[in-house]
Design a protein around this ligand. Sequence first.
Ligand code: ADP
Ligand code: MG
Length: 575
Amino acid sequence: MSEQIYGIDLGTTNSCLSVLSGGQPRVLPIDGNGLVPSVVSLDGAELLVGRRAWNRAAAFPEQTIKSVKRLMGSNEKLRLGEKTYQPEDVSAMILGYLRDEAERLEGLKVRRVVITVPAYFSDAQRRATIEAGQKAGLTVERIINEPTAAALFYDQLRVSGQDSQDGEGRWKYALVYDLGGGTFDVSILRLSEIIEVLASTGDTHLGGDDFDARLTSRLLETIREGGGPDLSQYRPAVARLTAEAEKAKIILSQKGTVHIAEAHIPTPDGRPVTVETDISRGEFEEMTAYLLERTTDFVGKALDEAGIRASDIDRVLLVGGMTRMPAVGQRLNAIFGQAQRPVVDPDLSVVRGAAIQGAIITGENIEQILLDVTAHTLGLSALNARTGNLDCVPIIPRNTPIPAVRSRLFATTMENQKKVELKVYQGEAIDPDQNVLIGASFLELARAEAHCPIEVEYSYDLNGMVHMVAEQKGYSRRTEVRFDSRNPQGDDFQSLDFLDDDDNDDGLEPASPSRAGEGINFITRRARTLLEKISKEENQAVLASLLERYEQALANDSADLDDLEDELLSLMDEI
Ligand code: ADP
Ligand code: MG
């Protein structure tokens, strides 16, 4: 048997490790229950990770790093003692700790892993996650979306008959609602022979931390109202109160009220204060209602994107520790009625799904295939002939099932143009500057008339790698680039930009039939010129008849236009 692949949920608040054992995903009991706080803390010269680091967080906030996941993909520098770290270094410490503990507790050798990320993570954030894995000495076999992993797990429960409430067989549409410590994700899945993600959206800055922060403000207010100092800017006090707030929040999931009595809250002048108060579940729900409202707004958005109604959802899957808050279930009940069912360990379903994905990769006997969707539109910048601006023209739209291959026809803007610049963007904006530049390249051209067709094809794979092929139609000039998001081009972008400044011949405009009458004629124009030039009669006849059919299709905008266009272009290539 090939070496096993472990699943890792690298969470904002908690991380876990799981592996398939006897056909079932088993969570390793690291730090007790397997939920390892994603916290790193410096204790003298010793670097602590997990529960022991978490225990120090409130008392030594300056030497502790929490919620590093929110910074993944950024260039933020994090200080710990004398040293500074990148976010991926800190994540690597957490991953290394999971690996070492698995070995220490059970003698397991963890090398190959599947790591989960929020569905809404950008390529840069996914790349940083892969880097963290590499820095920890792990081979990251795949990055998968957390909601998808959760669905894999719940579907496996159903298949293996452990989901007793599900007598009616496989659900067709499921909605995954994942409210964790720092991120919120909602995804809509269609289940048939495959699991397909129809839509996924969310917010990487919305989670349990925000609920804790609301309760913390309430405690700071109580101190002020009791004649105490304003401690809202004093980090040691805020850290202490935040830890208390989180405990209170968890109690309120079980009880109607919580009594908080904490002495020795530090103050800047060294005279500690005490906070004592009661908070009811009702009050807590009221002060955080706007946060849950934001999550349900995203639910509506996801339904719109998937093009289905709430009543189409057969099952709502709750994921993330925050979904233990009763108000979450109540709100979802109001939207989905009976579709929602209680779930076991909402904070462990993602890591269990990741272990199942690992087993699928090694070819263990699990009957599931997985489809995913693109989280962002992938486009190419091209000249808008009407406005004269550079626009992002979508090639693979957001929410396209991946792996995906899509192509689109563009055209040069000038006669004898020497090259076209190809800049690949990720994002929904029309203005390229508002999107993320993933990679850039150019295609050197053969001498040709203006409006010469350039076909650009993108492939997008399961790891978020983009492969671009651009071809000058009819001249067999071609370039192929792979934007390995683990290894971005960095400096090359600069030199390309520079190259273009003094050289104004890189124009490219969209030329797909659906886009513009302007972009169409170049094909027919070229075919006519060719028709006049060619000598062989048989060629002439074939081309003339195909051209006629194409022009007709063009005029009527008929369904076979694309096929005819391909046929015509390749015929011209041959001649
Ligand atoms: P993440 O995926 O972000 O790492 P988790 O799914 O582990 O997060 O959820 C962590 C969040 O869930 C924290 O904000 C924690 O306080 C919260 N949480 C855990 N248990 C409960 C509970 N019983 N009631 C309310 N919130 C809870
Ligand atoms: Mg999570």
